[in-house]
Design a protein around this ligand. Structure first.
Ligand SMILES: C[S@@+](CC[C@H](N)C(=O)[O-])C[C@H]1O[C@@H](n2cnc3c(N)ncnc32)[C@H](O)[C@@H]1O
Length: 251
């Protein structure tokens, strides 16, 4: 097994856990995102890649959590590029794809690890027209879909970190680029759905760095209203996207 490449500052995790515990607003919006991811689950086991503080286990019974290295928060160390082939029913990941310098290698690895009919369910920032502006102003990581180009192999910074929040939008949001489609096809993966979500409630949580602007009950009401918005509008305005892929059954 190759040495894991740390593209994310894991020292942020203690801070994130403290914020998670102290912010009902943050938990309310994440619960809604996990709920939507859960609607896409195939039958069978669930492995999470890049679990961070591991809180998804509160929303997915039996979830196996993991991160690129062993941490106190997760069940095991798993690299996105070397997922153990244990016939998983589902592989889920929240905010991980945009930290992977070799996203297509992740899909190959996930396809090998899934059972036929198994699913990959990703929640990612959406580099929509508004998403790009929002993340430029309010988030420290770049959101540049235009830089996500063939051969889809990117170089991490000198400190080893890599992030481009435009990854999901560039790979799945504006049609699927030919090389990506060919790579997914070769791995036996088909795209089941791409859905956009999150407009105001998500930023109003204050994220992991700021205070919430609304209480959890207010955010739940806002989320209910946002659910009424058409995808045709959210394609331009959403801050997040949920991408679902499925491993084909052998012919
Ligand atoms: C932005 S954090 C998201 C953490 C968590 N999923 C959440 O939503 O709070 C990105 C996570 O991806 C993990 N990660 C980055 N590169 C990875 C890789 N090659 N294999 C597995 N996990 C990776 C990081 O260690 C980190 O836990």
């Amino acid at each position: 097994m190759s040495e894991p490449l740390l593209t994310y500052d894991l020292s942020l995790l203690d801070q994130s856990l403290a914020k998670w515990r102290s912010s009902p607003a943050l938990r309310a919006v994440y619960a809604d995102i996990y709920h939507e991811m859960g609607l896409a689950l195939a039958p069978g086991s669930i492995l999470e890649i890049g679990s961070g503080i591991g809180v998804a286990r509160d929303y997915f019974p039996g979830l196996v959590t993991s991160d690129v290295v062993a941490t106190p928060f997760v069940d095991r160390a798993v690299s996105a590029y070397e997922i153990p082939a244990q016939g998983w029913g589902n592989i889920i990941a929240m905010d991980v794809l945009h930290h992977l310098p070799e996203p297509l290698r992740f899909f190959e690895s996930a396809a090998r690890a899934l059972a036929p009919g198994g699913r990959i369910i990703l929640a990612e920032p959406a580099g929509t027209a508004w998403g790009r502006i929002f993340y430029r102003w309010f988030h420290h990581e770049p959101c540049r879909p235009e830089e996500i180009r063939p051969p889809y192999q990117f170089v991490a910074a000198a400190d080893g970190e890599f992030a481009n929040m435009g990854m999901g939008q560039a790979l799945f949001g504006r049609g699927v680029p030919d090389l990506v489609a060919a790579s997914l096809e070769k791995s036996g993966l088909k795209i089941v759905g791409v859905r956009y979500r999150d407009l105001l409630a998500y930023p109003a949580t204050g994220g992991f760095s700021h205070s919430a602007l609304l209480p959890a009950a207010g955010l739940r009401a806002l989320l209910a209203l946002e659910r009424l918005l058409p995808q045709a509008l959210l394609r331009f305005l959403a801050l997040r996207m949920i991408v679902v892929l499925e491993k084909r059954n052998p012919a």
